[in-house]
Design a protein around this ligand. Structure first.
Ligand code: GLC
Length: 487
């Protein structure tokens, strides 16, 4: 008999509806990869996924077409909260949007932690109530990051007496451990969510959404195997390391995939010239035109670095800014793109001021430009202090832009350095997130770049890699299955 598996996939972002960071990529792509797993890999199991996200202001402003599917009340200690759920149309993704007063006029993420924590706690509880309303019993609750942790905790509280959820198992995926949510016990009380009780969780962290999710989850995973190991250590555990170490049997890692057809330099319309491994010599046109677009001198031999992403402490842009400052003796150019924390934006701008003929800093989110940078840049700098998975390094490799990155989390798991892989390396790693280590790795990339024939071989190896979701989606499926059978 054909088996069925119902997966409630609760997350704060899912592209194409809403994407602030890499979480939105996963929310929009992993569910599709699961649905599209070939039957022989799923033993004919019919996978039914419902992706549930908040009906963010931004989605309403975009006027994304929706249809109403359910209306119900969510209980709080201040009375009922009227809740509506809509299904998003015009997308293959089975995505459902939860709307209610705590979600409205809050932005996607709110700087006020009280508003944010209330929004997401309500959302998490509403996602479970939605299943009951439409009489759809989830086998797996798959929740992501602190925003949806309350769903995990609520489930563990009710399933002992509530037959509707008595067979539902929970998986909590950590995309970014240091983001724990706000410390607001009154919000937990409002929705009758217990605090984390495990003795290994520090007292002052018991009310944090991340803590309650970790504590109550049947299984915890992160988005790379290395990050799954790192979070057990004092350096990366953010206060949860003792808890995670004492429950290490329920912690694992699965690397994120990407939708390979969305990142294809041979078909991309926004590039100056399309190319593939077979027409790699055409790639130089993209470099020349990018230099022109950015008012940099058009020099084929000068190595062109690119740095793209959110300008947060995590991403470590400041390390490379300082390293490059110390490399006046070398010939290089760099284009930096992104927005974020003031101090990091200022650090990037000050490099532009010091090296007006070599550096361009563009403080904005601009996806077409980022694609032209991957296509025209020689090297991507990705000096993250920690990186649970990371997506830019995978995209840049598929575009033949070779990464220089810190050897952490998903960067370590997706980039091969010549030291460990003398014949099939695809990038350059440095082991400590500090300026001299970054400088050393950047200098190595420049040295390798001088041998253009070998460089083309590195590019070809990088471009030929398979970063598709297929293997990881299968790992998720197997994990769901293993949770389903353990009573
Ligand atoms: C977070 C992490 C990033 C990861 C993404 C998706 O943004 O910082 O490393 O790739 O989540 O899992």
């Amino acid at each position: 008999m054909r088996q069925k598996m119902n997966i409630l996939f609760v997350i704060s972002e899912a592209e194409p509806l809403i994407k602030v960071g890499g979480l939105g990529d996963v929310g929009g792509t992993l569910p599709l990869a699961l649905i599209n797993l070939p039957e022989d890999l799923t033993e004919q199991t019919e996978i039914d996924i419902k992706v549930v996200i908040p009906y963010h202001d931004h989605i309403k402003q975009k006027q994304w077409p929706v249809e109403p599917v359910a209306s119900f009340q969510v209980l709080s200690r201040n009375g009922f909260i009227k809740t509506d759920v809509f299904r998003a149309l015009n997308t293959d993704l089975p995505v459902f949007l939860v709307d209610g007063e705590p979600i409205r006029n809050t932005g996607t993420y709110n700087n006020n932690t009280y508003i944010d924590t209330k929004k997401y706690t309500y959302f998490s509880v509403a996602a479970l109530a939605f299943c009951r309303t439409i009489k759809w019993k989830p086998d797996i609750l798959h929740a992501h990051d602190w925003h949806t942790a309350a769903a995990i905790q609520k489930l563990s509280q009710i399933r002992s007496y509530d037959t509707f959820f008595s067979h539902t198992k929970s998986l909590f995926t950590i995309h970014n451990l240091p983001y724990s949510g706000g410390n607001h016990p009154d919000i937990l009380y409002l929705f009758d969510i217990h605090q984390a009780f495990d003795p290994e969780i520090p007292d002052f962290m018991r009310n944090l959404p991340m803590a309650i999710g970790l504590d109550a989850a049947d299984h915890i995973n992160t988005v790379s195997k290395t990050y799954a190991e790192e979070i057990l250590t004092d350096g990366f555990g953010n206060g949860y390391q003792n808890y995670l170490r004492s429950h290490s049997e329920k912690v694992s890692g699965i690397i994120n995939g990407i939708m390979m057809d969305q990142w294809n330099p041979s078909a991309e319309k926004v590039l100056y010239k399309n190319y593939s491994v077979d027409t790699l010599s055409d790639r130089i046109e993209n470099k020349r035109m990018l230099q022109q677009e950015m008012w940099l001198s058009q020099k084929d031999q000068t190595i062109l670095f690119v740095m793209v992403g959110r300008m947060t402490y995590q991403k470590g842009f400041d390390l490379c800014v300082q390293a490059l400052r110390q490399m006046r003796d070398q010939d290089w150019q760099i284009i930096i793109l992104g927005t974020g924390e003031d101090s990091i934006q200022k650090a990037c701008l000050s490099l532009s001021n010091e090296f007006p003929d070599r550096v361009r800093t563009e403080l904005r989110y601009d996806e077409p430009l980022s694609r032209r940078m991957y296509a025209g840049g020689d090297v991507l700098l990705m000096p993250s202090r920690y990186e649970p998975c990371g997506i830019a390094q995978m995209i840049s490799m598929l575009y033949g832009c070779i990464p220089v990155a810190c050897s952490t989390g998903g960067l370590k798991d997706t980039i091969k350095d010549p030291f460990d892989h003398p014949t099939d390396y695809t990038g350059f790693l440095f082991s400590n997130p500090d300026v001299s280590a970054a400088e050393w790795a950047i200098r190595r990339s420049i040295a390798y770049y001088q041998d253009q024939q070998n460089w083309s071989q590195i590019q070809i190896r990088a471009m030929k890699q398979d970063f598709s979701w297929r293997n990881s989606a299968k790992e998720y499926f197997d994990l769901y299955k293993s949770l389903q059978i353990c009573e």
